[in-house]
Design a binder for this molecule. Structure first.
Ligand code: ASP
Length: 328
């Protein structure tokens, strides 16, 4: 018999049950070159451990996803915060989103510059303003007003990115539509379920290399780059932003779960739909209110890691699922 839930309470809260906590992260779905493969896997494992520690101590899903995403923003192997990709002007413009599944409150920043941790700025938008998104100059002005440190663009840019940018400027101009698997995608994201039964998600990115100045992708857009609702689950997406926007990927995945699909089915069906309908490639991570989770992608590779019951799961290649104890 279907359970009847009271408004404002999740399934777990309704049962008064103590949930088993889960944290899942991704480091971007794209054709990760061999030279970045190990660092990407190590990076997601570290982020998963850091985020899971928050949950283990009884912390909230919201704190856990912020900590996990900050860890990847600080890691130059990922295209978020430090290591962000360059736009056509050779500038780093960052997008980020965070959402609380208990209240449906969310915060986002887009095209923000000179900030190391846009996910925390997104959280400040959620908690300290009456708005849900601040963009560009407004986001920077807000950051200054709350005392966020401004750092020079050069500090955010890696040598690897500068080199790739120059190379791609030479021969890839005009192939914006060729996002396929060779285009540089590398967003980071996290989803979590805490012991109170609350879910949350966060996503952060430098976008796509050689994007136009001011281009905003899916990552900071609610329902596209992420969504969290205690009644259906939490999702963080990665991949070709314009495709993800067209199919509102995060909400699409959750709507399939609401229709009774398992987390894995919902993810696979939604990514398949994005491929069939708009020829878009990408990936996503998801956790349900009952602690079921999945990490799936249609690009060549996606670094991901998940911790549940003190086991750390991780992978990079399609269908790869390795495990170790989370404290190792
Ligand atoms: N979705 C991001 C964007 O289009 C890129 C990525 O996921 O790597 O901005």
């Amino acid at each position: 018999m279907a359970e009847c839930l009271s408004p404002g309470k999740s399934e777990a809260q309704e049962r008064g049950a103590k949930m088993s906590v889960v944290l899942v992260v991704h480091g971007g779905a794209w054709a990760i070159p061999d030279e970045l493969a190990k660092a990407s896997v190590d990076g997601v494992k570290t982020a998963a451990r850091e985020g899971f520690s928050v949950l283990k101590r009884g912390g909230s899903a919201l704190d856990a996803v912020e900590v996990a995403v900050r860890s990847m923003e600080d890691n130059t192997v990922f295209n978020a915060g430090h290591g962000g990709t360059l736009n056509t002007d050779g500038e780093v413009e960052l997008d980020a989103f965070i959402m609380d599944g208990q209240t449906l409150a969310s915060g986002a920043v887009s095209s923000v510059k000179n900030i190391a941790n846009p996910v925390s700025l997104a959280r400040a938008v959620m908690e300290k303003t009456s708005h849900m998104m601040l963009t560009s100059r407004g986001a920077n002005l807000f950051a200054e007003s709350i005392g966020t440190a401004m750092i020079p663009t050069e500090t955010l840019v890696t040598e690897y990115e500068r080199k790739e940018w120059k190379k791609h400027k030479d021969y890839m101009t005009g192939v914006m539509e060729d996002f396929s698997t060779r285009w540089a995608h590398d967003t980071v994201g996290a989803v979590a379920l805490d012991s109170a039964g609350n879910v949350a998600c966060a996503t952060s990115t430098g976008g796509i290399r050689n994007k136009m100045v001011g281009r905003v992708g899916d990552s900071p857009i609610i329902g596209c780059g992420g969504y969290a609702d205690n009644f259906s689950g939490a999702v963080s997406c990665t991949g070709h932003g314009e495709s993800i926007l067209k199919v509102t990927l995060a909400r699409l995945i959750l709507s399939k779960m609401e229709q009774g699909k398992s987390v894995t089915e919902a993810l696979q069906m939604s990514l398949q739909h994005m491929g069939d309908r708009v020829q878009g490639a990408g990936g996503a991570i998801v956790v349900s209110p009952s602690g079921h989770w999945a990490a799936t992608f249609t690009t060549e590779r996606m670094a991901w890691a998940a911790v549940e019951h003190d086991v750390l799961w991780y992978g990079l290649e399609p269908l790869e699922r390795l495990k170790e104890h989370w404290l190792q």
